[in-house]
Design a protein around this ligand. Structure first.
Ligand SMILES: [Mn+2]
Length: 331
């Protein structure tokens, strides 16, 4: 797969700038958190100031990562913003509004680094590589171009971004460059065992209770090829769970034999539902997400739509069934 070269304009901006704010999308996942914290460490290693600012808190699963306790969280701007910063680096966001911080961020020059198809190129500098397995892998390449010193923690953070976005090196984006970056990161001190513990063995008990709440909602459709699950706000309350505790729960319906497409419906305020979709092989959930105003990748995408749940479910299921039929390798 071809990958794009780091734009010279981006390297210049990063070499010349001294103070950066780094941000990513709402409900930050492993790639968003790992790539942001990793890039911040690498820039600090080059003698620059770098602050990570997320609209939403770091999910409990990632709270123990190096630097997670220093993330600035919320809609309120960090002190000295915007005058004290040279640029905002936006990671993993196809559109600026995915940050939840589009108004304040618009006051700074934007450096857009992403691997989503359909990125809107909203930055002053844009580096979009849809063949990259994770933004963490792009940050790894960037670090080499900048000759940034690697320590164990930054290697762990980028390895986590990569492991998270490839589903532990299982998904279709597990490319040669994913393994090459992983090897280089382990050489630089990353520990696959430590990262695996963070990713898969650091669950708050509420996350497991939430899984228990979710499983009875499982429905199979389209001759067992499509599976859907739902999480209501009541389920979150019963489990004592926070929004971030649902991270990774969509992998469970995906593990059923014969299932090629899944959707997780998460209740939002005002009767709306956030839909996360996953698929196998050529089944394109990005197209389905786009039909409903969302986006993502071929095998992982999301959107939001109005309830009530049975109607929302029916609309998504028929779109997924259609995607399944039009996919080249699944009948
Ligand atoms: Mn990603």
């Amino acid at each position: 797969m071809p990958t794009t070269k780091t734009p010279e304009a981006l390297l210049q901006r990063l070499r010349r700038g001294r103070r950066f704010v780094i941000t990513s999308h709402t409900s930050p996942d492993g790639d968003a958190v790992g790539a942001s914290l990793g890039l911040a460490r690498l820039l600090r290693g080059l003698g620059k100031a770098a602050w990570v600012w997320f609209h939403d808190p770091v999910p409990p699963l990632f709270a123990g990562l190096p630097g997670a306790d220093r993330v600035h969280v919320g809609a309120e701007v960090p002190s000295g913003f915007p005058g004290d910063f040279d640029a905002a680096i936006v990671l993993e966001c196809p559109t600026l509004d995915r940050t939840g911080l589009e108004a304040p961020l618009g006051e700074l020059p934007l450096l857009n680094i992403d691997h989503h198809l359909g990125n809107r190129l909203y930055g002053e500098v844009n580096w979009v590589d849809s063949a990259a397995p994770a933004v963490g892998e792009m940050v790894h390449r960037l670090a080499h171009e900048l000759h940034a010193p690697f320590d164990r923690d930054s290697a762990d953070l980028l390895y986590l971004a990569l492991a998270s976005d490839t589903g532990g090196f299982r998904f279709s984006n597990t490319t040669i460059s994913a393994f090459e970056a992983a090897a280089a990161l382990v050489r630089a001190g990353a520990s696959p065992e430590r990262v695996t513990t963070w990713l898969y063995e650091s669950q708050p008990v509420a996350a497991l209770r939430l899984l228990g709440e979710m499983l009875p909602s499982l429905e199979l459709h389209d001759d067992g090829g499509v599976a859907t699950v739902a999480l209501t706000r009541e389920m979150f309350a019963r489990a004592g769970a926070e929004p971030g505790d649902s991270e990774g729960l969509i992998d469970h319906p995906r593990s059923i034999a014969g299932v090629v497409a899944t959707a997780l419906f998460k209740e939002l305020p005002e009767g709306r539902w956030k839909v996360s979709m996953r698929s196998r092989g050529a089944v394109d959930v990005e197209q389905v997400a786009q039909e409903f105003g969302g986006g993502g990748h071929r095998n992982a995408a999301g959107c939001a739509l109005d309830g009530p749940l049975p109607e929302a479910r029916e609309r998504i299921v028929s779109a997924l069934a259609a995607a399944r039929r039009t996919a080249p390798s699944h009948g």
